[in-house]
Design a protein around this ligand. Structure first.
Ligand code: FAD
Ligand code: DHB
Length: 389
């Protein structure tokens, strides 16, 4: 089996890369460990930067997003018992789109299937090999049969736990990591969103976030212990804690509804440098993880593969490798700014077990500054809607 680009992983990064390459006349084969049903129902992120919206539209997969997605022009910050609006559009001229990651994945899978190009689900034992030579290849098993996929390039879009990054010699990688002493308990609930816009809450008892997926489905998160067991969180406790942290009664009409999905997300900042090793390119969560507070994970995956598709197109169309050579440095410059913002939002909104009274006052003063100074608000807004490519 032979292709131009072997893509490992069918998350937002791998699937979008396949579509962008297809539009540029470049062949690829996508290898995914899970089933189609599994990846289309994995509930994760939900906020798309304006630039991600443009890229998905340009890739021809934005029609349903434009119909069903919710365009948001502002967000709410809640602290000290009050809510303050950050007017994203007044501050930046931009907006963000609320559209679930699993919907993006469904649209991308449908587009891939329509091209008739290979997308193999439930493959096993994927091994990227010989990427430091001119003849890289990926070994894998499909339906019990061992396969060899020869290619020009390998795109490691296989997420944080995938095989691509770990196949690089540790001496060639520099890793940067910060693990936070808390996690998020996230639920998807069949209840109309209690607010038209997202609410990020800094509360004595910890962070909470109100988000949504549609006019009838809410997505809600609570800061919890990093090793939290879902058994400790019966539905009543989740609703009661959300009401306490987000405000209820006069402030907010948070209605209890059936919980469709529950999960705990660990919080981590992570970067692996560089993102290119010979003919292997890492993209998305395979190369970096951000804590979810800034809503950046899926957006970084989208911008990485946009740059990679452009770089590969320049190679195949013009015979020039300058963009491929610059890929890692170009991505990392932006990634570190997004890492900084995600870390900053996390530090601003969560409670730390060793918070001193000084830290607490400083955190509230920073929130007060952001919500009372145009310049303070503008910096948050500029990063939230997305920095330029
Ligand atoms: P992924 O979506 O992880 O895709 C990688 C793909 O590779 C997967 O389909 C995986 O099955 C496949 N794969 C792995 N190993 C192999 C293998 N051996 N062979 C073949 N395929 C393989 N971000 C936010 O902004 N907000 C959130 O609320 C949020 N919640 C999250 C919750 C969870 C549980 C996780 C894990 C992430 C969350 N994120 C969130 C981050 C965001 O979802 C990711 O940044 C985004 O999915 C990155 O896309 P990706 O394509 O790089 O990686
Ligand atoms: C959602 C997730 C986030 O991490 C965030 O910051 C905002 C919204 C969401 O899932 O809707």
């Amino acid at each position: 089996m032979r292709t131009q680009v072997a893509i490992v992983g069918a998350g937002p990064a791998g699937l979008l890369l396949a579509q962008l390459l297809h539009l540029r006349g470049i062949d690829s084969v996508v290898l995914e460990a899970k089933s189609r049903h599994y990846i289309e129902h994995r509930v994760r992120a939900g906020v798309l930067e304006h630039q991600s919206v443009d890229i998905l539209n340009e890739a021809g997969v934005g029609a349903r997003m434009m119909r069903e997605g919710l365009l948001h022009h502002g967000l709410m910050l809640r602290f000290s018992g009050q809510v303050h609006r950050i007017d994203l559009t007044a501050l930046t001229g931009r907006a963000v789109m609320i559209y679930g990651q699993q919907e993006v994945v469904k649209d991308l899978v449908a587009a891939r299937v329509a091209t008739g190009s290979p997308l193999h689900f439930e493959v096993e034992d994927v091994q990227p090999q010989e990427f430091d030579t001119d003849r890289p290849r990926v070994l894998f098993r499909s339906g019990g049969t061992q396969q060899v996929l020869e290619c020009d390039y390998i795109a490691g879009c296989d997420g944080f736990h995938g095989p691509c990054r770990v196949s690089i010699s540790p001496t060639e990688l520099k890793l940067f990591e910060r693990v936070y002493p808390f996690a998020w308990l996230g639920i998807l609930a069949e209840t109309p969103p209690a607010s038209e816009e997202l609410i990020y809450a800094n509360h004595e008892r910890g962070f909470a976030l109100l988000s949504m997926r549609s006019p009838t489905v809410s997505r809600l998160y609570l800061q919890c212990a990093p090793d939290e067991s879902l058994e400790n969180w019966p539905d009543e406790r989740i609703w009661s804690e959300l009401q306490t942290r987000l405000g209820s009664g006069r402030d907010l009409d948070l209605r209890i509804g059936p919980i469709l999905q529950k999960g705990v997300t660990p919080m981590r900042s992570f970067v692996a440098e560089p993102m290119r090793h010979g003919r292997l390119f890492l993209a998305g969560d395979a190369a970096h993880i951000v804590p979810p507070t800034g809503a950046k994970g899926m957006n970084l995956a989208i911008t990485d593969v946009y740059l990679l598709a452009e770089a590969l197109a320049r190679h195949y169309r013009d015979g020039q490798d300058d963009r491929l050579n610059e890929y890692s440095a170009t991505c990392l410059r932006r990634i570190w700014k997004v890492q900084r913002f995600s870390w900053w939002m996390t530090m601003l909104l969560h409670r730390f077990s060793d918070d001193s009274e000084f830290d607490r006052r400083r955190q509230l003063a920073e929130l007060d500054y952001i919500t009372s100074s145009r310049v303070g608000a503008q910096s948050l807004a500029e990063n939230y809607v997305g920095l330029p490519l």
